[in-house]
Design a protein around this ligand. Structure first.
Ligand SMILES: [Ca+2]
Length: 380
């Protein structure tokens, strides 16, 4: 039955591609929820709108709460006290303490990276800070990157943190909702994917380092609100998922210097129903790899590389805030070959991570948010 459903999904995607013009990206067929031999276990609860989850080398977890706290959660789900010394975030709307990433060389440097909504002149902006985690405290806090300029408004901050294999750090941002035209303006870091070195300095091979008037930390531009980002396990390249307006959520594979179109081209329309920009395609602007209409409100993504679910290896898992599900994309090279959705009753999924045990871990975006572990159900 499940096999038949998957075949139907592939057929629907193929049809969508065949009947659209060359400029059209493949559209999600919006599959119904699938049954999979999995169940979820609650690892921890009592987290206030948890936003980002990262594993330490010893298997314990660091979890941010949007309300401004960072906690260590041990393998048994015991919540530690809030870690002292984290940056003060502006907690309002979608803003607050957001993502967390562990240094790839944590065993030597004990560095932990946080993204957050930083208040300041002009309003607030997405920022990234790092500190050494020692004895449950944040030491030697440094702000290594700040959105330019800061603007008013509580929404669209990005802001996932992903270390590339070369040690550089990708930071995704958002268009800050009322500033969408600035996603096209290379003099700002609103609506961009950013690439910096681990100390915040600029990699000299970034695409705009030699362009006058452009911010040198920009990797790609024309993004709306990128709340999911992860590295492809084979290529090591960045993949992102961004919130569109109504009908315009996108999967992208952002490459150096390229323009991903927002708000000039998009598959979405404004919440009022009004058209946005010039259409769905334009020379010089990239098409998404895949898009969702109706939207999934994506947040958090990871490619699965573990051994516990061999049939999932190479799939991209994405959290859906609304309608709420764990979305699985099956891929062949850079193409999406099927979509399935699981766990429709899990609520708003804010982040998805693979644990060192090869299981998937999810955060639920609730006032009493949870860490869920996705486990196989053995069928005999
Ligand atoms: Ca786009």
């Amino acid at each position: 039955m499940r096999h038949a459903a998957a075949l139907f999904v592939i057929a629907a995607i193929t049809t969508a591609i065949a009947t659209s013009s060359a400029a059209q990206a493949p559209r999600s067929p919006t599959p119904p929820l699938s049954e999979a031999p999995i169940r979820t276990t609650i690892v921890a609860k009592g987290l206030e709108h948890p936003w980002g989850l990262a594993f330490l080398p010893n298997g314990s977890m660091l979890v941010t709460e949007r309300a401004g706290r960072l906690r260590l959660v041990d393998k048994d789900g015991q919540l530690g006290k809030p870690i002292a010394g984290v940056p003060q975030a502006q907690v309002a709307g979608q803003g607050g303490l957001l993502d967390v990433a562990v240094s790839p060389t944590f065993a030597q440097d004990r560095l932990v990276y946080l993204s957050y909504a930083e208040p300041g002149e002009g309003g607030a902006g997405t920022a990234v800070a790092r500190a050494r985690l020692d004895a449950g405290k944040f030491n030697d806090l440094q702000v290594i990157w700040r959105q330019v300029p800061k603007v008013s408004g509580p929404n669209h901050w990005g802001s996932r943190l992903v270390f590339a294999r070369d040690g550089t750090l990708f930071v995704t941002t958002g268009d800050r909702f009322a500033h969408r035209e600035r996603a096209q303006d290379l003099a700002t870091t609103i609506g961009k994917v950013i690439r910096i070195n681990a100390d915040g300095s600029i990699p000299q091979d970034n695409p705009f380092v030699k362009r006058g008037g452009a911010r040198p930390e920009i990797w790609s531009y024309g993004h709306r609100n990128v709340q999911a980002a992860t590295l492809h396990p084979q290529t090591g390249q960045l993949w992102t998922v961004e919130h569109g307006a109504r009908g315009g959520d996108e999967l992208n594979h952002p490459q150096a210097g390229k323009n991903y179109g927002w708000p000039v081209i998009t598959y979405g329309v404004d919440y009022s129903g009004a058209r946005i920009g010039e259409g769905q395609a334009k020379p010089g602007m990239e098409q998404p790899v895949y898009y969702w209409d109706p939207v999934i409100a994506p947040s958090g993504a990871t490619f699965y590389t573990g051994d516990v679910f061999p049939e999932w290896r190479g799939s991209l898992f994405i959290g859906s805030l609304r309608p709420g599900a764990l979305v699985r994309l099956t891929m062949s090279g850079d193409k999406i070959t099927a979509e399935e959705r699981y766990l429709g009753d899990a609520g708003r999924i804010r982040d998805v991570a693979q644990g060192p045990d090869g299981l998937l871990y999810l955060l639920t975006d609730e006032a009493d948010g949870r860490i869920l572990r996705v486990e196989p159900v053995k069928t005999k």
